[in-house]
Design a protein around this ligand. Structure first.
Ligand SMILES: [Zn+2]
Length: 241
């Protein structure tokens, strides 16, 4: 019987360029009946989440990783089930797009319809829960994603940490836009390392257009995939020592 250490070395040996193939669950935030935020031009957040989650899945598969898309059909109304569906995977990423506190929303007319928007806020943010049993790895991957996005020219929004502008969520890694959000059901209930990713603020009129641009989406997905690969192989290295 090979030892565990031997088996891990074998995995490292067969994977290309020292990269360990991992399993990543990608959760499409919200569902059709409750689609989350509504963008400045009236598009439900669920649609943004699904498009980006698919792109992230593509980017990870291109790198040889196994993926599982959760909630893609828009019918997953039981949030508690989502992390359970990720059991056995190495990481759970919940994909979302952001809004702002209602008091900062103003009204404009777009294509004949009255819509709400706020151009005050923009940028990505990431969340991990201290009630998740794999906080270190969750935070490691969230920080890696933030760092990779910054390298690609994206900026963290930072307002969620503000007691007035946001919800006073403490920073876990300010530089990379990572916050603690301990009670998030999909994070605290996960048996795997887990993080929630808000890719951008879709009530911001300019940022909405960026988030709908396939080139931007590809760039975000590429950053997420590179970061996830790096953080998971670092954890595998540590486990094999
Ligand atoms: Zn959301």
């Amino acid at each position: 019987m090979p030892t565990l250490r031997g088996a891990l070395l074998l995995v490292l040996w067969v994977a290309p360029a020292g990269v360990v193939a991992a399993g990543i669950a990608i959760d499409v935030g919200h569902y059709l009946a409750e689609p989350g935020a509504i963008s400045a031009r009236g598009v439900p957040e669920f649609e943004f989440n699904r498009d980006l989650a698919r792109e992230i899945e593509r980017a990870l598969r291109n790198k040889g990783h196994e993926t599982k898309l959760i909630g893609e059909d828009g019918l997953a109304d039981d949030l508690g089930r989502r992390p359970r569906e990720a059991q056995g995977m190495d990481l759970f990423i919940s994909v979302h797009h952001d809004s702002v506190r209602p008091r900062y929303l103003a009204t404009w007319t777009h294509e004949g319809a009255e819509r709400q928007y706020s151009d005050m806020f923009s940028g990505f943010s990431l969340f991990v829960s201290r009630r998740n049993g794999h906080l270190k790895r969750s935070l490691g991957c969230a920080s890696a994603i933030g760092a990779e996005l910054r390298r690609a020219g994206f900026r963290p929004s930072l307002y969620h940490a503000d007691p007035v502008l946001g919800e006073n969520r403490p920073f876990a890694d300010r530089e990379n836009g990572v916050h603690y959000f301990d009670n998030l059901a999909v994070l605290k209930g996960a048996d795997t390392p887990a993080l929630l990713f808000e890719a951008g603020v879709i009530v911001n009129r300019d940022e909405e257009l960026r988030m709908r641009d396939p080139v931007t989406r590809k760039s975000i997905a590429g950053s997420v995939a590179s970061a996830v690969e790096a953080c998971l192989s670092r954890s595998a290295d540590a486990a094999s020592r």
